[in-house]
Write a protein that binds this ligand. Structure first.
Ligand code: ZN
Length: 154
């Protein structure tokens, strides 16, 4: 989940889809997600939620939901896409939590553990995004570097 606190200026949905569809396949390759079946959906999400990611690690399937009305501009949308893509890399956590859910009967304990997992997942992704920003890498730069590396290998 990517929460936005900014003043929100909705992006034009066609423009947003164009940006996602023209960049996401290469971003997924750059992130090593090329064996995943990833669906991008454009949905209205709760206020303050710009994107969501759900995963089925057993089947290597993921769905990224993007609320184009909660993206400020292209850079914001690119950050949302990158942020949600990082969550796919944490997919195995879901297998662990599903196993924990099986052995814990107490609903309050399940809820508390799930909150801890979500907190840990978000902190990791937020820290990765901060690191990338500090070293000057955004989605477009990652894609550009990946294409350059791929060309060098051929
Ligand atoms: Zn998140």
């Amino acid at each position: 989940m990517l929460a936005t606190k900014k003043k929100v200026l909705a992006m034009n949905q066609d423009k947003a889809k164009e940006l996602v569809e023209s960049n996401f396949p290469v971003l997924a390759m750059a992130m090593g997600l090329d064996n995943w079946k990833i669906t991008i959906q454009y949905d209205r999400l709760d206020n303050g939620t710009a994107g969501l990611c759900s995963v089925s690690p057993q089947y290597m399937r993921a769905t990224i939901q993007i609320d184009t009305e909660q993206q400020e501009d292209e850079a914001d949308l690119a950050d949302t896409l990158l942020h949600e893509s990082f969550h796919i890399l944490q997919a195995e956590q879901k297998i662990y939590m599903d196993a924990v859910d099986e052995v814990i009967g107490n609903e309050d304990a399940k809820k508390a553990l799930d909150q801890l997992r979500i907190f840990g997942d978000e902190r990791l992704v937020v820290n990765l995004m901060t690191m990338l920003k500090r070293i000057g890498l955004d989605m477009k730069q990652i894609i550009r570097l990946y294409k350059k590396q791929s060309a060098l290998k051929q």
